[in-house]
Design a protein around this ligand. Sequence first.
Ligand SMILES: NC(=O)c1ccc[n+]([C@@H]2O[C@H](COP(=O)([O-])OP(=O)(O)OC[C@H]3O[C@@H](n4cnc5c(N)ncnc54)[C@H](O)[C@@H]3O)[C@@H](O)[C@H]2O)c1
Length: 451
Amino acid sequence: MTSDSSRRDFIRTGAALALGAALPPLSSAPPAFEAVRTGELAGSFRTGPMEKVRIGFVGVGGQGMTHVENLLEIPGAEITAVCDIVEAKVQAAQEKTVAKGFREPAGYSRGPRDFQRLCAEQDLDLVFTATPWEWHVPVMLAAMANGKHAATEVPAAMTVEDCWAIVESAEKHQKHCVMMENCCYDRFELMTLNLVRQGLLGELLHGEAGYLHDLRGVKFSAEGEGLWRRAWAVGHNGNLYPTHGLGPIANCMDINRGDRFERIVSFSSPSRGLQLWQADQLEADDPRRRERYVLGDVNVSLIQTARGRTIYLAHNTNNPRPYSRLQLLQGTRGLVSGWPYRLHLEGRSPAHQWEDAGAYYEEFDHPLWRSKRIQDMDRGHGGMDFLEDFRLIECLTRGEPTDMDVYDGAALSSMVELSIRSVAQKGKPQEVPDFTRGRWRSRKPWPIVEV
Ligand SMILES: NC(=O)c1ccc[n+]([C@@H]2O[C@H](COP(=O)([O-])OP(=O)(O)OC[C@H]3O[C@@H](n4cnc5c(N)ncnc54)[C@H](O)[C@@H]3O)[C@@H](O)[C@H]2O)c1
């Protein structure tokens, strides 16, 4: 699916970097707050304003229904078609839509490729998918080929080939293709971005990110993700879910907008957690006892950026442990760290001591979290899911670039296959493709946006 030209560009760029081609100097000071706040989004793709965003939603399970409920509350959004392989789920989404006073959306439930019919015959602005991972790219490619913008749950794609496929399709059809990374909109992550933009961390040097979530019960459930997520542990050993922790760190480091991921090394621990769950929890004759998993319980990767920054990236969904996305950022002037949320800012914090990050919200809360409108809406993961859906619709209706674009979705999602490849090669470094084909040097950072 990847064209020869983009492969050639990738190889050329890689060769240039390997030969030490000059990079723009890393300024010792972060960009001035006002410049970023009001800065132009040059180089970012935008389409004309739209009065209404007519949406076809594909995959209305757990997370899909959360988006549907959010979108029904957002001015300018209208769900006009719904698709799921389970007819009852389509009906549930139709009923929710009608109950909010909208026309009944058209329903599609004639099998796993019925989204193609939806994309071909419906007059839509956006196709939004929250299907299992393997369907994200087929749905988005069908949407864009039929003249619709595309949005997807995370990760956008599971292979590098598919990352290139969405980039090339978005460019060819001139469509938005957005990975909906809700964790970029959580309150602590957005306050951190605000602190970075205001220079309080100094120059960023290092980040730590992860998805550390005990999903054993979910993976063995008889419904929802239990029907598909465990299967990925049978054939894949690496970081299968890199974007929740890495997305916000990438925003702070201006990845694809002044810096980029350059290479990754990855290692996995033994695979034990799912096997233990089989033995402890399943009946003796349960056919799932015959499944054999290769996914290492703990996967750790190190990423280096073109500007020499380092990122530690972790994944563990197979062992008993409290939830964390880590969210550590070390700068020359301070440090923030998530779970628990705390920080240390030189000149403000007592020497050598952490402070509770909660004390800083009053002064540094991101404007998106200050908005009364957003505070009143507590939907989906404490509000961040609503905020990401709100921003998507707002960008489309205003004709502004989306907060995250196809290059961001591709770069973040490419970590899935690159980590798998590195693990398989005993930690051998893998070059990260430059999906922007060099434009990361001139693209402007995501500004501090307001409602
Ligand atoms: N951002 C987050 O915080 C978050 C949280 C949960 C899940 N997710 C993501 O959302 C996606 C869905 O996860 P979920 O928990 O909702 O899973 P789920 O199993 O509850 O929902 C998936 C839905 O897709 C439907 N489906 C499957 N194949 C389909 C096809 N070919 N065409 C149409 N419908 C199809 C299923 O019937 C189901 O209703 C995944 O990508 C997951 O990673 C993200």
